[in-house]
Design a protein around this ligand. Sequence first.
Ligand SMILES: Nc1ncnc2c1ncn2[C@@H]1O[C@H](COP(=O)(O)OP(=O)(O)OP(=O)(O)O)[C@@H](O)[C@H]1O
Ligand SMILES: [Mg+2]
Length: 344
Amino acid sequence: METTTSAPENQPGTLPATITNNSSAADFFQAAKARMEDEIIGQEALVERLLIALLADGHLLVEGAPGLAKTRAVKALADCIEGDFQRLQFTPDLLPADLTGTEIYQRSNDSFRFQPGPLFHNIVLADEINRAPAKVQSALLEAMSERQISIGRKTHILPELFMVMATQNPIEQEGTYPLPEAQLDRFLMQVNVDYPDYGSEKKILDLAHREAVNELGEKAAQAPILTPAAIKQARREVLELYLAEPLREYIIQLILATRNPASCGEKMDRWIEYGASPRATIALERCAKAQAWLRKKEFVTPEDIQAVIYDILRHRLLLTFEAEAEGINSEQVINELLQHIPVP
Ligand SMILES: Nc1ncnc2c1ncn2[C@@H]1O[C@H](COP(=O)(O)OP(=O)(O)OP(=O)(O)O)[C@@H](O)[C@H]1O
Ligand SMILES: [Mg+2]
């Protein structure tokens, strides 16, 4: 198992010029966003989703082809946060106890002592999660929703700030284990990363060159921007953001329609096998608020809901064999859903 830990607490380094003594939580998040966008070129949606997941106190699954900066993006977010970071490379020989920790026998006093595993960190990057077998995936997914780990008769509570960001590569087949569909619900969002465009590709090349040159010389350390206090304050502001009653109703109708697809027409009835759970309803509300807050709005608009719904439903809708045979993907199903439910 390959792991890397960094504890950037009290780490010297430079803070962005926009951060002063009387900066608000929103200023801290804008500064973190700007820094991440400088490091992850042309993937603004991914950067925004990483911050939304942090604001909504949820876990994120990032899927995309190799080399699209999935790992880099998660690391960039971790570098912005004042907390400890753990990277876990998932491999076929990993065991659940390698994540959770184990009871270790102590001969001196004839007792057992708990040795916490790598999940006991603030930010956990579960890299290439589909390369570990189901037992290990389950241990992770369970810890994600319970926020605690039970070993023997003892329960160990995970840190208050606990965020898992998992990456997976959809094109690998051999030696990979697909995540259990029923447990995917525990991810707040699933973000799909796509190839950058021409302009971004050019900028990535320039950045890679600059970084390679920098590595030969001295590199200025960057201080983490987001303190636990700033994250807590931001989360409070997100929860308090105004969401009008008709929009709450809109959220509920969108989710209910996935459970009663016939109400959206014969096509949808044919395509959707299982709809989304109440976790999806809660996630849609929280993420729409988080996006509105991050975009400096005073209230949530229908566009916020429509923008985040793809990442919330993508992994939660189970499509039928007919849908797959017709080449229909969840994006198309969500498009159809949005067309059927009237916007308030
Ligand atoms: N949008 C981007 N901005 C900046 N650098 C990028 C971007 N896309 C790719 N790169 C470069 O490509 C390298 C590969 O990125 P990374 O290792 O994060 O990919 P990955 O998506 O995790 O791949 P894999 O699925 O193989 O693990 C990075 O080190 C970076 O130099
Ligand atoms: Mg990677």
